[in-house]
Design a protein around this ligand. Structure first.
Ligand code: FEO
Length: 194
């Protein structure tokens, strides 16, 4: 994964920028000195391909809604979709090094909306006497415990803490939405929840 290959994001971006700049300069010099040289055109080809590689690597970081994630309850599906959008927003903030303030705002928005969603979902389970309400609620609580733990590392290493937080939230939410949440589907639908 990109973030494992490049733990220090700012140094990594600087290194990539320097490499691209060197390639551009080399390609320009090549065109001036020897426009028909295969080396010159190889450099130009590399420069053309770089944006596609970057796009491909970035898209691997994002999460997409799939129909298989649906719990069959529209209000909850809509909230889950919003959660995935907020994860992608945070991933974008991290990928493009938008700065500490934007990253923290994106993370806070994701954490706040996750709390809103959990409160809504727990309300539905409690109001309908869902038998596995307590274990499900415990999973929600453990997730927040872990997020707090990851963020306590923030003062030591901001880049790594933020990357760890988004990776953890991404994996946890997808697994939870596509696993534990689905377990209440038929019960709540049977109670008339839409
Ligand atoms: Fe949709 Fe249990 O969170």
């Amino acid at each position: 994964m990109k973030n494992n290959l490049c733990q220090n994001k700012k140094m990594c971006m600087f290194g990539v920028s320097l490499l691209i700049l060197t390639l551009v300069v080399a390609a320009i010099l090549g065109l001036l000195a020897s426009p028909t040289s295969p080396v010159t055109w190889a450099l130009i080809a590399v420069l053309v391909v770089i944006p596609f590689i970057h796009k491909k690597m970035s898209s691997n970081q994002f999460v997409e809604w799939k129909d298989e994630y649906s719990v069959g309850i529209d209000s909850i599906d809509q909230q889950h979709k919003r959660l995935l959008n907020l994860i992608n927003q945070l991933q974008t903030a991290i990928d493009y090094s938008t700065g500490e303030q934007f990253e923290r705002e994106a993370l806070d928005e994701l954490v706040d909306y996750t709390k809103t969603h959990f409160t809504y979902e727990e309300g539905l389970m409690r109001d309908n006497d869902y038998p596995d309400f307590e274990p499900h609620k415990l999973q929600h609580e453990k997730m927040f415990e872990k997020v707090r733990e990851v963020l306590s590392e923030y003062e030591q290493d901001q880049d790594t803490a933020m990357t760890n937080a988004v990776n953890y939230l991404k994996d946890w939410l997808i697994n939870h939405i596509n696993g534990t949440d689905k377990e209440y589907s038929s019960y709540l639908i049977g109670k008339g929840v839409k």
